[in-house]
Design a protein around this ligand. Structure first.
Ligand SMILES: [Zn+2]
Length: 360
């Protein structure tokens, strides 16, 4: 297994820029965090622009993520169409057909990110999704359902705490608050990002011109926090897997120990052996195993422990929507209510057997 890579979806190298990039032939250990692939809409490190409105590009990206198995995928889908301000300012300036087209494109990118996140979670790896705290995308079914998964959490961070600056009213640099919500399967990353402004400085708004471009850049402090959180998560996951292995070998020894006790008791004299107890224990174990097996089958988080056939089937269903017909089934502003409403999850093609609960 190679080193633990961080991949970035929809952005030039930001977090990955701060990480070592593996050189061809270099041996790196899994405990080392390195720069993985970036899937940029404009141009990735190899100068390739990804067009995720095309099923072919989505397929290629998924194949690459499956092959590279990044430890963490950081995703920041374009958010303009999920901004109430943008909708209020611009929806009347373009025709309905054009607006619907933009909306569909934005939903495809958001949903594709959610598919990638789900692949990560099913494989026992991690994702970090970022969008403005006030974005309407947080009520999209794909995001709500992901947030409802066990082990997935979200925090709101104020980017001034990570050094985000913009041009102030006086022309100088001033802190920008930019409340941002992060959703992740990694508690350590969320802990690292959980910083809110305590006041003590004046914020400059991020609107228009160069200020909007400032908002598209991660301040170095934010990249560092994500990298530190990912490194800590890597340590925790390694510890957990060591404990899992220890627990697994302990439980595989248990039947042997039971048998030895049984034989020892039998040798001490048949009457001391309580066969009813032994039978009860066997019965309990069978029931426990049956329950355990059922739990495993339906546990979407530990997808890797499912029978391979079921995994394949679930993955096929889940990915089919993304690879084949996503752009055709994205909502129009009509079906989406007042331009930004939610759409029925049944139509989203997003497959989940879990009940949805509101995001925090
Ligand atoms: Zn602040």
């Amino acid at each position: 297994m190679g080193p633990a890579a961080v991949a970035e979806l929809y952005s030039p190298p930001r977090v990955t820029a701060a990480l070592p990039r593996p050189v061809c032939g270099q041996q790196l250990h899994r405990s080392e965090l390195v720069a993985g692939s970036t899937f940029d809409l404009h141009a990735d490190v190899d100068g390739v622009a990804w067009d995720f409105s095309k099923p072919g590009d989505r397929k290629r990206a998924i194949a690459r993520i499956r092959a590279e198995e990044p430890f963490l995928v950081v995703g920041s889908p374009p958010c303009t169409m999920f901004s109430r301000l943008n909708v209020n300012l611009n929806s009347h300036k373009v025709g309905k057909v054009e607006w619907d087209e933009r909306w569909r494109a934005a939903v495809v990118l958001l949903t594709f990110a959610a598919v990638v996140y789900k692949i990560q979670v099913l494989a026992g790896r991690h994702f970090l999704h970022e969008h403005p705290a006030g974005a309407t995308s947080w009520t999209h079914p794909a995001i709500v359902q992901l947030g409802a998964r066990e082990g997935v959490g979200a925090v709101v961070a104020h980017q001034c705490q990570f050094g985000l600056e913009t041009t102030g009213a006086d022309g100088g640099r001033a802190p920008a608050m930019k409340p941002t919500r992060f959703m992740s399967s990694s508690p350590a990353v969320l802990e690292a990002l959980s910083r809110r402004c305590l006041g003590g400085h004046a914020h400059a708004p991020l609107l228009g011109g160069t200020r909007a471009r400032d908002a598209a850049v991660y301040p170095p402090g934010l990249c560092e926090a994500i990298a530190q959180g990912a490194a800590e998560q890597l340590r925790r996951d390694k510890r957990a897997s060591v404990l899992d292995i220890a627990a697994a070998s302990a439980s595989s020894l248990a039947p042997i120990l039971d048998t030895r006790a049984f034989i020892a008791a039998a040798e001490r004299g048949g009457r001391e052996v309580n066969c009813d107890d032994a039978q009860d224990r066997t019965k309990d174990e069978s029931e426990e195993l049956a329950t355990w097996a059922a739990k495993e089958v339906y546990d979407e988080i530990t997808g890797a422990t499912l029978p391979p056939k079921l995994v394949q089937q679930a993955r096929a269903e889940e990915i089919k929507f993304m690879l084949d017909g996503a752009s055709g089934s994205a909502p129009s502003s009509q079906t989406a209510g007042p331009r930004l409403g939610r759409r029925p999850s049944a139509a989203s093609g997003w497959t989940s057997t879990r009940a949805t609960r509101p995001s925090p």
